[in-house]
Each structure stands twice: as C-alpha cells, then as structure tokens.
Design a protein around this ligand. Structure first.
Ligand SMILES: CC(C)(COP(=O)(O)OP(=O)(O)OC[C@H]1O[C@@H](n2cnc3c(N)ncnc32)[C@H](O)[C@@H]1OP(=O)(O)O)[C@@H](O)C(=O)NCCC(=O)NCCS
Length: 349
C-alpha cells in the first residue's frame, strides 16, 4: 500500500499534505522543539522566519495560491494527531535547478517517535518528487545524527559531499584579524565583474567533487544573473537590510579564488563563503579572509557563519585561526527517483 494513500482527513491521526496557510506556525513550534539542542542559531533563524511568514496573513495566502503546485514554496507532508501537528517533512523545488528537489525540516515530536512516522512522511515526499519528474532529491544531515542517518540510509539516500559550518560569535568582534602569509596578495583582491563568468565556472569545476557536480552541474549562467534575478536580489536586500559582496583573486591568468560575503545590518548573521583553486591552497585563504573580515567591520557586530567544503582543510584551519568554531559537519545526501519504487522500504502498516 502506498504511504501516500494513508493520507487522512483533518483532526484524525495520520498524514496529509502540508498547507502553508495553517501549518506554518505549528511547524515552527515543532522545529523549535525538535532542534532545541542544536548548538547554533541556524534553527532559531529558520523558526523566526517561519513565524514572521505565518504572521503575514493575506500575503501568505496569496503566495501559496500563486505557487499552484509549482513547488517553489514550502510543500511536503505533515503528520496530525488530532488537531496537533506532530510530524513534518518539507519538500521544495531547488531554487536554481528545476529538476532537483530538496527535503528539509524532518521532525517528529518526541512523544510520537519510533512509530514509522518519519519514514512514511519521507516516502510520501519522495513519491511526490518522483511524480514531478525529479532528477534527484537531496537533503543535509549532521554527521553525528545517527538516528536520522539510519533512516536515510534505509530509504536509499547516499552521501555526495560534506561541508562544515563554522561560526564566530558577535563578541569576537573584528579584533581576531589574521596575519597574512602573503602580504601583497590582499591588495590583489578585486570585485567580481561581469566578465568573470568563465573563470568562475572553471574555478568551481576544479573544486567541486564529481558526485556533487552530478547533482548541481556548474553552469556559466549562474554567474550571469538576468535583470529579474538582480532586481529580486536588490529588493530582498532592501527588505532584509543586508548587502552582498563578491571578490576574486587572479593567479596564472585565471581566477584562483572567490570570496562571497553577505553582511547584515539588522536581522541575521553575516555569511561567508571562500573557494580556492586546489593548486593555490594554503596561500590565498589568509589574504582573502583577512580582506573579508575588514570589509565586515562596517556592519554591526553580529555572529558570522561560514560554509566550507570538507575537502578544503586549509580554509577550515584559516577560519578557525580567525576565531571561527566548527559548529557542525553536514553530510549532503541524494537519492535518484529512478531508485524509488512505490514503497521504497516497505513502509509499515
Ligand atoms: C529523526 C526522526 C525524524 C525520526 O522520526 P521517527 O518517526 O521516530 O522515525 P521512524 O519511526 O520513521 O523510524 C524509521 C527508521 O529510522 C531509524 N530510527 C528511528 N529512530 C531511531 C532511533 N532512536 N535509533 C536508531 N534508529 C532509529 C530506524 O532505522 C527506524 O526504523 P526501525 O524502527 O524499523 O528500526 C526523529 O527522531 C526526530 O525528529 N529527531 C530530531 C530531529 C532530527 O534529527 N531530524 C533529522 C534532521 S536531518
């Protein structure tokens, strides 16, 4: 029997599709409860974003109606116990790759665990993605989360990459500056330009593991956003009071490193991303990061988060030397819908 066929009507026990208009606020409560032990602010910012959206009322109804099954807004399945939302799996279309789907917010209330609820919700989400012709479905799980890992392994997910998330608390301020091993290199950092597309593409292809490129192929067009995308970003930046910066460092006639930063004036943490060509690793991380931290000094003193590929240990240690701490390591997992059957694991009855 298909897991999805177990969908029940409201106010009985069982599964039904997520409805953004009524489920967002109870989902925020569930996520807050289930991820309460997380040592970072990521969960808090997701929860407060959900609560903010839930309060927008008519705007939320309009957004949900305009999505009309496209999948770019939050979807997925919830598990109801009476009128109480006790389980959730979110399914959305990836914002950059239309045939890639993303699972997140996998959560079951502690009183309802080990009854097969998560497995059934995931099975329903995977079948949904398969029906929408998903090329792959991806999710992220903390390396040490054995319970979730066991569940995902069982369903057939496999790891395609791993990234570390690092955080520097606000109180560290801008004092923990790096002493750069290549003093001249910092001055060679320049703003990313429109003509950098090809060079950036080459760089990304060199640093991205083949399995990750199979999931998210590196495309030149990603570095050439259209007018609509640029306007969207400007509007978002204005609404959320933030500013983006993107810089490159050239070596040997090509782009050897990329630094991207989002600085926040009000709501959230600063975000950093640092990519260095394998042949230049160990030399360019310090000048770039030192440059980036100086740029961030113009923003209010807020926590800063960085995402670094686990295949780039030189960047990890450089961030750590400048006051960042590794908060968690995330395994990125994928499943191909072609490997899905009607009931991938023989979901419990
Ligand atoms: C992970 C979580 C969603 C599982 O929910 P659940 O409804 O209890 O899971 P299920 O009952 O569907 O379990 C399915 C399978 O997962 C694995 N699993 C679930 N709980 C487990 C546990 N405590 N220990 C070991 N394996 C476990 C088992 O393989 C299990 O199958 P089995 O019972 O036949 O052995 C739930 O524990 C939770 O909300 N945890 C906190 C949030 C979280 O970590 N989410 C994942 C983020 S990536």
């Amino acid at each position: 029997m298909l897991a999805i066929a177990r969908t029940t009507t409201k106010s009985t026990e069982g599964m039904r599709p997520f409805d953004m208009r009524r489920d967002l606020a109870p989902l925020a409560d569930l996520v807050e409860l289930t991820f309460a032990s997380d040592p970072d602010g990521m969960c808090r910012s997701v929860v407060s974003e959900m609560r903010r959206a839930a309060r927008t009322g008519p705007a939320l109804w309009l957004a949900a109606a305009s999505d009309s099954g496209n999948g770019s807004m939050m979807g997925g399945y919830v598990w109801m116990a009476g009128k109480r939302l006790v389980g959730n799996v979110t399914l959305c279309r990836d914002s950059s790759y239309a045939d890639l789907w993303v699972i997140s917010n996998v959560a079951v209330h502690p009183d309802y665990r080990r009854r097969g609820i998560a497995e059934q919700l995931l099975t329903a989400a995977l079948l949904d993605a398969a029906r929408r012709r998903a090329r792959a479905v991806v999710l992220e799980v903390q390396k040490e989360n054995q319970v979730a890992r066991h569940l995902y392994d069982r369903l057939g997910f496999v790891i395609y990459d791993s990234v570390a998330e690092l955080c520097r608390s606000a109180s560290t301020g801008t004092t923990a500056q790096l002493r750069t091993s290549e003093p001249g290199a910092e001055s060679a950092v320049r703003r990313q330009r429109a003509g950098d597309c090809r060079g950036l593409c080459d760089l990304l292809r060199q640093v991205t593991p083949p399995a990750a490129q199979a999931i998210r192929p590196v495309r030149e067009s990603d570095f050439r956003p259209g007018l609509g995308a640029r306007l969207d970003r400007l509007l978002d930046d204005w609404l959320f009071r933030r500013q983006h910066g993107s810089w490159v460092l050239e070596r040997g006639g090509g782009i050897a490193a990329l630094l991207q930063i989002t600085g926040q004036y009000a709501y959230d943490s600063h975000r950093l991303k640092l990519i260095v060509r394998p042949s230049e690793r160990g030399a360019l991380e310090e000048p770039l990061l030192s440059f980036g931290l100086s740029w961030l000094a113009r923003f209010p003193d807020r926590p800063a988060w960085a995402v670094v590929s686990c295949s780039h240990p030189e960047a990890l240690s450089c961030f750590e030397r400048s006051g960042f701490k590794t908060m968690r390591v995330l395994d990125q997992m994928q499943i191909r819908p072609t490997t899905l059957s009607e009931s991938p694991t023989g979901a419990r009855k």
